[in-house]
Design a binder for this molecule. Structure first.
Ligand code: KG4
Ligand code: ZN
Length: 353
């Protein structure tokens, strides 16, 4: 039978929403016992992007042996697991089904509760893995997930309350950095390269469109910036002048990240009880972004260690732990009848292009 002391609960996390197959064991919502991530980057590289059908097949091939490896490396057995949490979206449908079917099968066979977890919510809890007790006294919180796939801003009254304040109308922020870098012939992921090139650049020298300028409009937008950069680079004399590239990258970066700071300011105005801001996701690695946030925002900002910022299963387990502890299923029967997908509108989780 599962333990009842929440701080001792061992949660298995399963992640298969895109091109990372991942499993992890997390105790008490924050202590990572073991975490394995198998990246499919090499498999998809020759296609220039993730191929959904191939991703699903790779998850199917890798997931079971990866789980066995996790148990072996952490010296645990299935019996030690109290709760099973699985990423239920957003993501690639076929890929998600592999993780969900595996988790559901394991839950039924081992008589353990199954907790479906929102992948983007989980990124926020991933940022708090390993944190001390005093470091999680952060609610009400403004939480930003800014990565290659997501640009979401939430107001959180508690670890399980997510009010979506703003999301992107088109591309994600990191995706935009990657696309602009690709246009410039820079390797993937492009964010760090653009940041490097922007150093020493003069943003005021190159005009950039200001996106979603109206304060009241709580949204982000990136496709216009990408198009503007593409046209700017196409029109410029070749070979591109180094100083011009630095200025253009600095101007692009200033608007790409500046719009996030503007929306954070608006969010704080409408939610003045927020105690802190937490920034999760790969773009949080950007030093200029850290400076900008520090310069413009009055709230303390938590930039988590990067270890669990990109896709992993420890964040799924951590989020699942919070969900389970705050609202355990009413009965054992409930756990096993839980249909991972029935509680959500599936269309909301389809990947955009
Ligand atoms: O969270 P993450 O590792 O993965 C997922 O999106 O799942 O984020 C990766 C994204 C990429 O788009 C990458 O270009 C961006 O984060 N990124 C950056 C920087 N480092 C990584 N963007 C801007 N500046 C950076 N220094
Ligand atoms: Zn993600």
């Amino acid at each position: 039978m599962p333990r009842t002391d929440p701080s001792n609960l061992l949660v298995l996390g399963v992640e298969s929403s895109c091109d990372e197959t991942a499993v992890a064991l997390v105790r008490g919502g924050r202590k990572v016992v073991g975490s394995l991530v198998a990246s499919q980057v090499d498999v998809h590289a020759k296609f220039g992007g993730v191929v959904p059908e191939i991703a699903a097949r790779e998850h199917l091939r890798i997931l079971r042996p990866l789980f066995d490896q996790l148990l072996e490396e952490t010296q645990h057995t299935v019996d030690d697991i109290d709760v099973i949490a699985v990423s239920q979206g957003p993501g690639l449908v076929g890929a998600l089904l592999v993780g969900a079917s595996f988790a559901k099968g394991l839950a039924c066979a081992s008589n353990r509760p199954l907790v479906p977890v929102d992948h983007v919510h989980a990124h926020i809890h991933g940022a708090l893995l390993g944190a001390e007790n005093d470091e999680v006294d952060i609610y009400p919180l403004l939480a930003l997930v800014v990565s290659g796939g997501h640009t979401n801003l939430y107001y959180m009254k508690s670890p399980v309350h997510f009010e979506l304040l703003a999301h992107t109308l088109d591309d994600a922020c990191g995706e935009c950095f990657d696309k602009v870098a690709k246009i410039m012939g820079l390797p993937y992921p492009g964010g760090p390269h653009i940041e490097r090139l922007a150093r020493g650049g003069r943003p005021e020298k190159v005009t950039m469109p200001r996106m979603v300028e109206r304060k009241a409009q709580m949204a982000f937008s990136y496709s216009g910036l990408k198009t503007h950069m593409a046209q700017l680079l196409q029109k410029s004399p070749k070979p591109l002048d180094g100083e011009f590239v630095a200025d253009a990258c600095a101007a692009f970066q200033r608007e790409a990240l500046g719009q996030i700071v503007r929306k954070l300011e608006s969010a704080y105005t409408s939610r003045p009880d927020a105690k802190k801001i937490l920034v999760a996701g790969g773009v949080a690695a950007n030093q200029y972004f850290k400076e900008l946030v520090g310069r413009h925002l009055r709230l303390p900002v938590v930039f988590p260690p990067l270890a669990y910022c990109s896709d992993n299963a420890a964040m799924i387990a951590a989020c699942g732990w919070h969900q389970y502890v705050s609202a355990p299923p009413a009965s054992e029967k409930d756990c096993h009848l839980w249909d991972v997908y029935s509680r959500y509108k599936f269309e909301d989780y389809l990947c955009k292009g």
